[in-house]
Design a binder for this molecule. Sequence first.
Ligand code: SAH
Ligand code: SF4
Ligand code: F3S
Length: 468
Amino acid sequence: MSYKRIEISKEALAREEAIMERVAERSAALPSPPLALVDTYGCQQNEADSEKLRGMLRRMGYEMTSSEAEADVIVINTCAVREHAEMRVLGNVGALSHTKKAKPSQIIALCGCMMQEEGMAARIKNSYRHVSLVFGPHVLWRFPEFLDRLLRGEKRIFETAPSEGVVAEGLPSARDGSVKAWLPVMYGCNNFCSYCIVPYVRGRERSRMPEDVLSEARGLVAAGYKDITLLGQNVNSYGKDLSCGVDFSDLIERIDDIPGEFLIRFMTSHPKDAGEKLFSTMARCRKAARHIHLPFQSGSDRILREMNRRYTRDDYLALVDMARSYMPDVVLTSDVIVGFPGETEEDFEGTMDLVRRVGFDALFTFIYSKRAGTPAATMPDPATREEKQERFDRLLALQNSISEERHRQYIGTTQRVLIDGEEEGRLTSRTGGGRLVRIEGADRQLIGSFRDVKITGSNTWALYGELI
Ligand code: SAH
Ligand code: SF4
Ligand code: F3S
């Protein structure tokens, strides 16, 4: 399989730069800086995109606000993965008609995955007249141009033509934190799991050049970031489209070579592409966090086949054994879907059994949500919502007891943690495996440092400890 990798030209990006400068001059001439709000739904990929939107807005002279009433520009970066998130977006957008009425110059923009869904842009055009800009993830880099056109009086802009996807380098980014950073290494997905909308809205897999990833990683380390998460829908496919001889494991190894104390995380790994090379690289690289998020989705071979996941439950269990043989202390987390069309009680028991056998440290459980246009949307789905909810509750109770037990095993041990914040008078931190540790004492000076902590208590969701 080979897809055309569309990298946005330097000239096109320079045009956007020039527009940002022009808008910045306009902002500087106002009595006070204009205000912007960027609201994000969905996954880390969207978080990273929102940081770019904020980066571009800052470059254009905007300051950030959390007030919808005061904002001159509101951008809502949407997610399409489940219906629930979409309903929330549409509800919130509907409510913004009031702020727009009170402040007619306000620009309301919608972007992200939902905008790329068939029929969605038309629905916004007709039913949400107060929205003046709609654009998909493939043209995120053109946001300055869209904003400029609206500021010069254009009424409404809709840019959601389908695309296999682009790579745009060098966009400014205003990152949310100072300790943890997202670092996208690839975009899109080729897997077409039968329930999932992502490949349709995010386009085909395309990797950033290794030197672009590495130079961003070096910049993050130099800026003091201590926890870098490499992002992609399926990071194990990294580099396959580049034929440059660098795969995902090689990339981890090169980032690990950057001097400094920091952690390298990544998500997400698809089980069909994870294996020996990845695990041995993680085990060897000192900065690679001992954590793998490895979604299994179902413990039934029949359902896995219907989902088009391309592995069996035995393949999955063997993979877990292999990971643990390289890293006995590895933290394993996963995603699972309950109530996929046609899931029987027996299929669900397969899921419960897999969860018991693996003993995940944490699990993200989702009830199947029908996505129009995906193959699963046309499969017969006889189970009722109540049956699905009942299975979901059983799975959650099982996982909670497993998480609680696994956390209890930390008591009495010493853990190296990265202190990343403060909450309710306690410091918060994460182990290399990503477990949350709340620490007595609230010396904010410690935020951003690695410390050894003695674990003294635990519950289902967190560990408690004292600085050594
Ligand atoms: N690329 C990642 C996951 C992206 S979506 C991967 O393959 O691991 C995050 C999670 O949302 C998925 O792992 C899946 O468990 C869940 N998900 C995706 N589509 C869904 C749907 N239609 N209904 C319910 N959950 C879904
Ligand atoms: Fe969706 Fe599957 Fe791609 Fe993950 S791997 S984004 S679940 S299609
Ligand atoms: Fe949602 Fe798009 Fe991420 S659909 S999960 S925001 S890739």
